[in-house]
Design a binder for this molecule. Structure first.
Ligand code: ATP
Length: 239
């Protein structure tokens, strides 16, 4: 019998004021997998993450976490289940210090008791944040803010982290650092749902991937399989 996925999205439809953003999207994420969803601007990637996170309400479809339906739960309740997100544009609190931003992530019930240990773990992973712990988050560079957003997600001891285009706006060197961080979190057995326009780098680290076009999944396969797929190479890699 097939293993029950950690996250199952089935027949998901999302629309804004009558225009469809997601059409009948289905995907499955097994525990400890690194899954990529790739697609161009406007394909619906952010809508998918925001719907799983409970920020956007679907018009139809099911989202199940360990077999339990989570549509209708609040974003906070969904975080408490172990689903964290690193939003596009980082969304740190600019007027709060780096450390206060991290402590907000550590205030969930699931991880509150281990807050200090988790803070140490984040500072070990990102020494730059440790050096800047008293600095306002808004004064950090784009790359440092991205690290802070990831650190804040880690503070809740998530089972799965959803990344919305973590490489956006970063230099090529920082993009490499970012993908290394995602790989490192995955090696610590955190399940990853990575939504990206950077197709080559995402598929290179993904166990499996889905291609989202105009709100629909048009292709799925292993990371390596999609990377060598002629349609993917032509449409997304210009080859
Ligand atoms: P990008 O890579 O540019 O962020 P994306 O793949 O994340 O794009 P979404 O942001 O999910 O795509 O957008 C999918 C579609 O839904 C787009 O046509 C977008 O204009 C529309 N859309 C997204 N958010 C809203 C909203 N709040 N109100 C109306 N339309 C929206």
């Amino acid at each position: 019998m097939a293993k029950e996925p950690l996250l199952a999205v089935e027949g998901l439809n999302v629309g804004y004021a009558g225009s469809a953003a997601l059409n009948d999207v289905s995907l499955a994420v097994q525990a400890e997998e690194l899954i990529c969803v790739i697609g161009a601007n406007g394909a619906g990637k952010t809508s998918l993450i925001r719907t799983i996170a409970g920020i956007v309400c679907p018009t139809r479809g099911r989202i199940a976490w360990r077999g339990r339906d989570i549509v209708g739960m609040s974003p906070w309740e969904i975080c408490e289940l172990g689903i964290a997100q690193v939003a596009e544009g980082r969304e740190v609190f600019p007027n709060l210090s780096v450390e206060d931003n991290l402590l907000i992530g550590g205030s969930l019930k699931r991880a509150r008791g281990r807050r200090d240990a988790n803070l140490r773990r984040v500072y070990e992973l990102f020494p730059r944040l440790d050096e800047r712990r008293r600095q306002s988050a808004g004064t950090l560079s784009g790359g440092e803010q991205q690290m802070l957003a990831i650190g804040r997600a880690m503070m809740s001891e998530p089972e799965m982290i959803m990344f919305d285009e973590p490489s956006i706006g970063l230099s090529p060197a920082l993009t490499t650092v970012m993908f290394d961080v995602v790989k490192k979190l995955h090696s610590h057995r955190i399940t990853i749902l990575l939504v990206e326009q950077n197709v080559a780098s995402s598929l290179a680290i993904g166990d499996r991937g889905y291609v989202l076009e105009n709100g629909s999944i048009v292709l799925e396969g292993t990371g390596a399989g999609l990377l060598s797929n002629q349609d993917v190479r032509r449409a997304y890699l210009g080859l």
